[in-house]
Design a binder for this molecule. Sequence first.
Ligand code: GLC
Ligand code: CA
Length: 606
Amino acid sequence: MTVTETQLQSRSQSQSQSLPANSRTWWKESSVYQIYPASFKDSNGDGIGDIPGIISQLDYIKALGVDVVWLSPILQSPQVDMGYDVSDYYQIHPPYGNLKDVDMLIQGLHARGMKYVMDLVVNHTSDQHEWFKQSRASKDNKFRDWYIWKKPRYTADGARQPPNNWGAYFGGSAWKYDEQTDEYFLHLFAPEQPDLNWENPQVRDAVHQIMRYWLDKGVSGFRMDVINFISKDQRFPDVPVVDPKNPYPEGAKYYACGPRIHEYLQDLGRILKEYDAFSVGEMPSVYDPAEILNAVGFDRQELGMAFQFEIMDIDHGPKGKFSPGKFCLKDLKSIVTKWQSFMYENNGWNALYLENHDQGRSISRFASAKPEYRALSGKMLATFLGLQSGTPFVYQGQEIGMVNMPESWDVQKFRDLEAINFWNEFTQINEENAELCNQTLKEIRLKSRDNGRIPIQWGPGKFAEFTSGTIDPWIGVNDDYDTWNASSQVSDPSSVFNYWASILRLRRTWVDVFVYGSFKLIDEEHDDLFVYSRSLGEMRAIVVSNFSDKHVEWTVASEVSSIFAGGKILIGNYEKRQITGVDDKSVVVKPFEAFVVLQNEPSISV
Ligand code: GLC
Ligand code: CA
């Protein structure tokens, strides 16, 4: 049976009327598309993506069916960390365009019923920001206290040491010595990214002004970069050293959701509320949902939702991101269930994501990039992620099943400072151990941030039609673009792109169950299948995803067998399943298969 758009609309309206009114909001019902501007679309042939390039693809984004578009930073920046080092919050990085282009982008989005969410990077600035230039100039400069300056420590034999032993995320100590004033400044990331001192009310005012300026200009909210790092324990204590090879361990317990975080976030929350704005805080290094709920609880009036990192860190090894770890489905089950249940029960909200500009591609990491499984994997992951409780984020390229960079690529092709710094340091320390170095290189290839940053494959032409020019793009284009590209997928109803579009449409059609329903994990012990249900009132849906390349015979769990018996398949990534349906006793789930069964509703074609 086919249902028309009008019928769908009236159905979703009648559902909404029965929803609990207290915590319904537009941003819970939205889905988000993330753009990494440098790699999206280059309109003027300089090899770097730009805002006019984005504007030229708004219909493509609309066709995917998202409601919100988040752009990674486009503000003026020396680009030490690809724009996450802002040198002027009121100017655009010239290769990306200018303020007029941003106005046009916002207009173009609004004309298509979409909203613009901006990346707000205010834990730190660039060292080229005027505030920092002033701050470092002298101890009595009025901007001195806008950053975090401390006196050196000295060992017994007089060697100068940083004020504490915290490590920076991009290598070495988190403190840099500045000769001019004989003090160190704090930088949790690169030395060119000094941390702002949020203890200073002028800093907070300056951030509030930035937010208001952009909200007034028409942005609909913010993704807030490492926002849970803004309040530091003012004692700045050392952290215990556990690995003698690493004298600068992560100091997160002294700044991740630090002492004054909620005071600061409540200030931001007041502004957000005034504008009914979208907000998602990036919150690494915190694994207790109760801690994050303090910021995203509906009644807290701080942020709408947060990116937690537990899934992203799942395959990190004992010595961090690039030490070998293993992805195992049971770990994923327990993490997902923990966050899904906790946020639902406590009126919080999840940001759902498997990819972004800091991560390896999800097909390569959590499923299979082999040609025979790649499309199935992309669709399976879309089903698994997109129908959970929370707001889904699709990262550019994820919608067309892009995968990690080819293994044959040389280290010279890496562009990201995190991987490059790590590799240089690691090979220096472990020079003699070729095997260990090789193993580490494998991990870098799997998880490095560059994987998500290679250009979008638009078509089969030169450079995947990412650029209109003839010069090499700033980062290599993946070799597989003649078969894996957007133009072939948009027109193919069975593509990963159109599957993603269907999943996002399902959320809108069955708002009750897929947006506001509860989550329950089914068959916790199963090694290959991830099965969950979503329920609200009488309505229940079961989402089945096979994370393995095997045919799996599954004895349908008794708690869902009635749904299997009476339900209808809403969507699936194997065509046949949609016709034959399932029975209530057992079902053979094919390699990387995913399908969704809905109880109490007729099937629709999506
Ligand atoms: C966030 C960004 C990342 C950046 C870092 C420092 O984690 O997503 O790209 O390097 O913050 O700003
Ligand atoms: Ca360009």
